[in-house]
Structure formats: C-alpha cells, structure tokens
Unconditional design. Sequence first.
Lengths: 274, 274, 274
Amino acid sequence: MFETILENVKAKAPFVHSITNYVTVNDCANMILACGASPIMADDIREVEEITSLCNSLVINLGTLNERTVEAMVAAGKKANELGHPVILDPVGAGASQLRTKTALRLLQEVEVDVIRGNASEIKCISKGTASTKGVDADQADKVTEDNLEAAVKAAKQLAGRTKAIIVITGVIDIVADATKAYVLRNGTPVMSRITGTGCMLSAVIGSICAANPDNLLEAAAAGVAMMGICGEQAYEKMTARQEGTASFRVHLIDAMGCMDGERLNQAVRLEVM
Amino acid sequence: MFETILENVKAKAPFVHSITNYVTVNDCANMILACGASPIMADDIREVEEITSLCNSLVINLGTLNERTVEAMVAAGKKANELGHPVILDPVGAGASQLRTKTALRLLQEVEVDVIRGNASEIKCISKGTASTKGVDADQADKVTEDNLEAAVKAAKQLAGRTKAIIVITGVIDIVADATKAYVLRNGTPVMSRITGTGCMLSAVIGSICAANPDNLLEAAAAGVAMMGICGEQAYEKMTARQEGTASFRVHLIDAMGCMDGERLNQAVRLEVM
Amino acid sequence: MFETILENVKAKAPFVHSITNYVTVNDCANMILACGASPIMADDIREVEEITSLCNSLVINLGTLNERTVEAMVAAGKKANELGHPVILDPVGAGASQLRTKTALRLLQEVEVDVIRGNASEIKCISKGTASTKGVDADQADKVTEDNLEAAVKAAKQLAGRTKAIIVITGVIDIVADATKAYVLRNGTPVMSRITGTGCMLSAVIGSICAANPDNLLEAAAAGVAMMGICGEQAYEKMTARQEGTASFRVHLIDAMGCMDGERLNQAVRLEVM
C-alpha cells in the first residue's frame, strides 16, 4: 500500500505551499524535493492565495510565527479549503506561548485542517485548548510509551473525531489516527531529536505525500511517518559507522529520503494497526 | 578570459549586499564566501542604503518577498545605482503571483538593473509583463532546448536591449546575453534542480563576480554561470561515486566552488558564442 | 574547570531562547543542540516574554534585525533580566549602519547584558559608541595581534568594567574578559571565517553554556570560545585530509561540537590568563 502512495508522489511531482519558520525552512524545502515534490515558500498575505492555488497542498508551521504571517496562514488555509487541497498543520510550540496556542486553535476554527502533526505536548495542548509544554520539545510526562499507548491511541482517535483531522503524534512511538483507525509506528532513532527540524521536515513530507494522495490521507500521513523514521535509522547507521556527528546525520537523513523506494519502505516499516 | 575574471574576485574580495529569501539565504552566503567575496544580508529600510554603500554589488532576490522588504529592495537599488554598483535581480517566481510579477516590473522601472537571472518562465514573464508560470520552476513549454535555441537567444538579446540589462536564462542550456552578443553554456546536471536554491546561489555568485569586474559584466555573468555548472558536474560525480543523495550533492556543490580555479574553469567550460 | 562547565550543560540540558538572524539561524540551533542544550527561536513581541520565561538564557543577535524584531529584543531582554537569566548580545555589524550601532547601544542601555561577543570592529564600535566597521567582518586595523594584545586586553577589561558585561572579542586571537581578569585563547583556524555564521554559532554556544553555569559566566564564555576553536581545528584537519571544501568544513564543525568532551577540551585548549 505504502508503495503505491510513494509512487504517486514521484509520478505526480506535486507542488507544496509552505508557510513555515525561518529556522528549518531550507531543510523542509530540500526534504520536499527529496521525496519527489516541489516546494514553494511564500508568506505575504497579498500572494498566498494565488500561490496556494498553484499548489496541491498547504503546510502551515507555527515556528517563528508573527503577526504578519499568522494572517497569511489563515488566508492561505481558507483558499486551500475552497480548492479542496489537503491542509497540514504543524503547531510548533503550541502550549509554549499564548500566541502559539491561540493561533493553533484559531486555525483549527477558521480552516478545515486535514492533518495535525505535533509532539505529544503540542497535541495535548490542542486537545485541551490550554498550555502546558516546556518549550518546543515534548514534556517527559506527555510522551507516548508502551505503558500509556492504548490510552494515547484512544485520545488521538477522539481528537481526530472532534477536529475531523488526522492526528499524527511523533516521538519514540508514533501514532497516526483518524476517528476509527490508528497506525502505531516504531521506526526512528533518538538522534532525530538532536538536530533541529525533524518534526518540521516530517510535516513537509506529509504535505508532499498528501498532495499526491488526496483521497487516502490517513495512509499518506502514515507513509510519511514511516519514511522519516526509516530515513532516521539509515542515517544513524551511516553516522555511527563513520564515527560522525549530528550535522552528518542531517545530511544522511535528507540523502536517505531521496533514495527511498517502495521496496525499502515495505521491508523496513514497523507498523501495527490499533 | 574567465581566468582573469575569477582572479579578480579572489584579489579584490568584494562585499556583496543581498536582500534575499529566508529559504536559501545560508547557501547564498556560503557560496559568496566560497567564490572569494563577502556577504552582507540586510533588509531593513532604515539601513539598506548604508549597507549597500559599504558593498560593491547588490543582489535582489524576490523569494519570500514581503511588503517590508520590497520597499527596502527599491531603496537599496536606487542607492546602488547612485554609487554605480552592479545590481543583479533574481525574479524568483515572477509570474506565479501578481505580487512577484509587479515587484519585478516595478524594480525594473525604478532601478537600473545590470543583470537579470531567472529560469525561462520567469524571464518570459518579465518580457511579456504578464504571469504564466507554474510555481517557481520553469514551465516545460518555456524551456530552452536545442530546437528553440536560436529563437530563445534572439528573444534574450531583444529583452537585453529593451531593459539595458544582461539577461541570464538558466536551465539545461544556459543563455547569457546583452543586446548584441550571447554566450550559450552547456555545463551542469539535472540534479541541480533537485535541491532548493541553485538559482539563488547562482545569482549570488554572479553578484560576487560582477562586484569584482564592474567593467566586464557580460563576461562576469557568463563566468558565474560556467562556474556553477562545472561545480554541479563535479558534485554530481562525487555524489554518484559515493552513492549519496541530494543533501551530499549540496555540500559537494559549495565545496567545489571553493576549490574552483581558472585552469579548471577554462578546461571544463562548454561555451558557444551566438 | 572547563570539564565541569561542559558537564553542566549536558546534565542540565538548558533551554536557550534566541532572537537571531535568518542567515545562520539553522546552524545556531544545531550548534545549541550539539553542545547539549535546546534551542527556541521566537521573535514576535507578543510571545518573547513568555518564551524567555521558559528558557535559561537569552541570545540576542543583531544580524538581519528589523523594526519588529528590535522591539522584541528589548522586551525579551528586560524579561530575562527580571528572571536573572544570562543575556548574551552579538552585535553583528555594529558600526556598519546607524541602525545596528544604535540598536546595540540601546540594548546595552535598556537591558543588563551579561556577555557581549563580537569581532574587534564590533566591540570597538560599542566601546566608542560610533561606527567604523566595513561590513560584518572585522577591519584589518582593528584586529587583535600579538603586537597589540596587551592594549586590547586592557581595553576589553575597561569596557567590561563600564558595561558590567563580559567582553568576548574573537579573531585569530580571542579575548574573554571581565573587569579584572582576561583569558586569551589561541585555538581555531582561518577557515572559520570562510563560512558564514561561526561568530553567531559561538554566541549561541556561549548562550548554552552560560545557561547551565549562571554563577560562573566568565569561565563559561571562555569555555565556549575554546570549544568552538577546537572544533574548528578538528574540522580543518578532516577537511584537508579529505581534500574537501568549506561546506564540508561546516558539517565537520557541528559534528565536532557534538563529540566534544571534557578531556578533549582540556587537552586541546591553548589558554593564557592576563
């Protein structure tokens, strides 16, 4: 199944409009290209509707948001809805400030979001509508573990039901859920949290895959999560074999995405349906 | 000839003021350094005139433009004109939105631009004064091929005559033209379009070379195009020999620019005068 | 001593709030992670006070400053003071424009800055309150050399006394001084100035180390300078052994920071107290 989903990206080479932060934007653009799509970054309110109209999906990322870009996010989101383009929301740091929490909640109210991807704390914040995270990393207490997995999956499904969005929670264990079905994925490596932007990159990849698979968003999102996790494993292997550090890991991670194919994906994915 | 042009950059170590997008800005800065110049990025209208006055050329890049930076581009451009500094315009995404098309045309009206570098669709948009591109990549229909090369060169010369700017159209075949003379260059690799920012980087390199060769802008621009293409070939060779992906290609590309010398340049350039 | 300082960063894993430029921000974030801390980049005035409250130190970097972010810098700085968090100022390009000079001086007036890190020209500009630099690199005439070292150390101590901040001047020879004591460090490689952002990265590293060693800021800043210099040496060795260029150097530099440990640091540091 994931095989076809990946082939669709390469065959359709969709355009992905991203309104994203200036910290990880270059890695996001290169990841979108590596998985077979084309990135367009544009955040001025006078052009975002036109730009989104040229594209096949929209990724909204709240890292380094500001007054000017928040309005552009809302406008682009509404236009994407009008056109039926998948909209992915990455609520970076939701819970860390009122501005981020309110913006995430406002976007969910004014825009029909198709996929929400965050760490456990960000998703919890969106679910509760209140702040509790520490910075942009997930709180230890919120993390999904084997012990709380069942409850986490249930909560993800409920939130998916309420928001009509697919919920993607990433961490050591990843959950991709709609209201009735959840994929639990166990690929990846802890080194992914030792470079900046793996979450943002994943949201960009999900945006790319959803753009080419608009009728199959749950599996598209799960495929994206699987692909990033597997790329992380491959990059970790290369890094340790060569006794390198995290900057090399980052290079290997993007390299791996460009070399990903359906066979490798199907072989390496560690997936469970719940 | 290109040998002397490159030597001038290393000898003069000029300063290049860039007002550019936040997607590829780091690669642009590192490319400017790799070819022997020094970058200064500054986009606040209260300082761009002073900053441009300290520099030897100005590169204006329309990627992720916004209301604030557009005014800074105009102000910096006028100051650079006053001082006789070469001005390079990279109309990223011209044609993809009214904002980008209008800004490109406004800049050409209010600022004397010395070099315009874009893909075939962006240049066509500037030539026609209307929008027709799909995103920030060139439309298939607009691309320069062996079949339409003669017509493309003629159109480039005409546009150069009308705008008084050197026209640089990049793609599989590159054209560098003023009103009466055109260089056609055939270096490069398709992988260059699989990472973000090779166009932006080229504009930054052209800005560096023009800064050190202000009396010889046509050859300076052609040298820049040749150098980027050759770096692409070297990076591609390394990437494939090592079975790496696009993020490694990007590292090799910038590495190659830092190792470029006149001899390598003269040997590897594939150039025709039309 | 440096050993304990470095161990504290890894043990406490502090959060570092950076308001910084979009040119080198990704490298800064990855350097903060590489040395054991966590980065948060946020620059909207509506959230900077909350974000800084979640963190353990604040790094203010003037590269690509604008009207909007300058106000956020002041607000965040005041909040950090209120909370007793170390504040690091990197006056990128102070002296290159009135805006940068005035902003640096305004910050020093309205915020209690704990560490100021710049090149010789930037520090001179702050000391004199006037502009004289050429771009964002240090003027040849301002550089610290063996010949003027004694005078430079004296000037640094005086400025430290006046500003109540630790003064870090980086170049071929580095000086880290408070009003009464100065460390002179001689690690590093000239290649560090052939990539963009080594200064910014160092400020980010100093912010990380100070966050975990708030009672020992002079030694924390000196440890940061030593670590960056040693990483530069290791990266240079790797780059030359493999006949690579500056983009590889950048990867090796961040890799080296992630692999730095107390033993390596103590062995490689070239330090003198004056």
